[in-house]
Design a protein around this ligand. Structure first.
Ligand code: HEM
Length: 409
């Protein structure tokens, strides 16, 4: 058999994901080892399932554009990293096109591509800059110390998505509170699900409202152009709004928090940005590569037998495409474990690749650039008040980061 995991016994399918026992900013040692020794190998998840993990850059990229890999979570064998994720399948919550395959995936995604084109996003830049400034004003007014995650990184993407979807200003507080609860996976399954249900109900009512009183926003356009002519059901529109919120919130927020932390841990890199803000866009790409927050792997399931990395992945077996390991593959990047804001970053996989590549990519870039530029400009003396060992890292969460980042300036 070519299945090395089967032939060498259970030890070859270690428990996954693992925590970063050593440096919390390094790659988990297990995935680094796998990439060097067993680039396509089985792991064991919480529910006993044993999907394959793909850890090398070239394999990851190839897998992400392979139509024999399905992103449909209803297919048997689809891997679930956590119980919360499995609930999505059981409870039939709207997961939207992120977990669908073509042609339905392509049909729904196309309805949104115009909304996220670079040109349109560029028009939002001044608004995002203003949101960044307002949040920093408030934080500075309240005085140091502060929590950069709660006070800045989490509210920013929430404000941006409110603007995009057309959430009325008077609802911001409710909306932010529910999204905060939904993302607070330490609060337990029930509160996460309750918050999710609140938000679903909210989008449901908002979409009805937009039908009666359309405005110049994404949700109004979805209702008018897709729901009214019958291309999407009301529930699908609600599902899409929820996907946009979920996909764009946690990822961006954690990238801001842990991105700033990484820079502050390397004072020369921080100083370089403070001296030359023109380095910010490159620094954002390097941070996305170096500290890839979608750190447990993109889930897929094989629909046919596939040969990769010397093994045969059988139809119906689960796969996790380990972007974080791929983005630090020495076969593709020189000295990959060094953070270097001046590095010309080539084609990192932090936004995925292929048909599901992050739809919000231009918006995410804009938010990260604006956030980092704002912080560097206004808080050049920023520093973290606790050593790394005392910070609370999101080891077991789907999106990596820090729960809190206590700072002074
Ligand atoms: C998909 C990363 C921000 C909307 C994805 C995927 C990745 C990713 C890796 C691919 C998932 C897969 O193939 O299974 C990120 C990161 C972000 C970010 C690292 C921030 C740093 C955003 C934002 C939005 C967004 C701001 C929109 C408001 C989406 C959507 C998809 C997606 C709708 C699904 C695309 C599809 O299935 O066709 N993102 N994302 N993301 N992202 Fe993002």
């Amino acid at each position: 058999t070519t299945d090395t995991a089967e032939s060498t016994g259970a030890d070859a399918a270690p428990a996954y994901p693992t925590v970063r026992a050593g440096c919390p900013l390094a790659l988990p040692p297990l995935v680094g080892e796998m990439r060097e020794e067993r680039p396509v190998a089985r792991v064991t998840l919480w529910d006993g399932s044993r999907p394959w993990v793909i850890t090398r850059y070239a394999d990851a990229r190839q897998a992400l554009r392979d139509p024999r890999l399905s992103a449909d979570l209803h297919r048997p064998g689809f891997p679930f990293i956590s119980p919360v994720q499995k609930l999505q399948q059981n409870q039939d919550l709207p997961v939207g096109f992120l977990r669908m395959d073509p042609p339905e995936h392509s049909r729904q995604r196309r309805m949104l591509t115009q909304e996220f084109i670079v040109k349109r996003m560029e028009r939002m830049r001044s608004e995002v800059d203003a949101m960044v400034d307002r949040l920093l004003d408030d934080m500075i007014a309240a005085g140091s110390p502060a929590d950069l995650v709660g006070g800045f990184a989490l509210p920013l993407p929430s404000l941006v998505i409110c603007k995009l979807l057309g959430v009325p200003y008077q609802d911001h507080e409710f909306f932010q509170e529910q999204s905060r609860l939904m993302l607070d996976q330490t609060a337990g399954l029930e509160s996460v699900l309750a918050a999710r249900e609140e938000l679903r109900g909210y989008f449901d009512r908002l979409a009805v409202h937009k039908r009666r009183r359309p405005a110049d926003d994404l949700l109004s356009r979805l209702v008018a152009e897709q729901e009214t002519p019958g291309h999407l059901s009301h529930d699908e529109v609600v599902g899409m709004a929820a996907v946009l919120l979920v996909a764009g919130h946690e990822t961006t927020a954690n990238m801001i928090g842990i991105g700033v932390l990484n820079l502050l841990e390397r004072p020369d890199q921080w100083a370089a940005l403070c001296e030359d803000p023109a380095l910010v866009p490159g620094a954002v790409e390097e941070l996305l590569r170096y500290q890839t927050v979608i750190h447990t792997g993109l889930p897929r399931v094989a629909t046919e037998d596939i040969e990769m990395g010397g093994v045969t992945i059988r139809a119906g077996e689960g796969i996790l495409i380990q972007l974080a390991a791929a983005n630090r593959d020495p076969r593709f990047y020189d000295d990959p474990d060094r953070l270097d804001v001046r590095r010309p970053v080539r084609q990192h996989l932090a936004f995925g690749f292929g048909v599901h590549q992050c739809l919000g990519l231009p918006l995410a870039r804009l938010e990260l650039q604006s956030a980092l530029a704002g912080i560097v400009r206004r808080l050049p003396r920023l520093r973290v008040t606790k050593p790394l060992e005392q910070l609370d890292f999101r080891h077991r969460m789907n999106v990596y980061g820090v729960f809190e980042l206590p700072v002074v300036w």
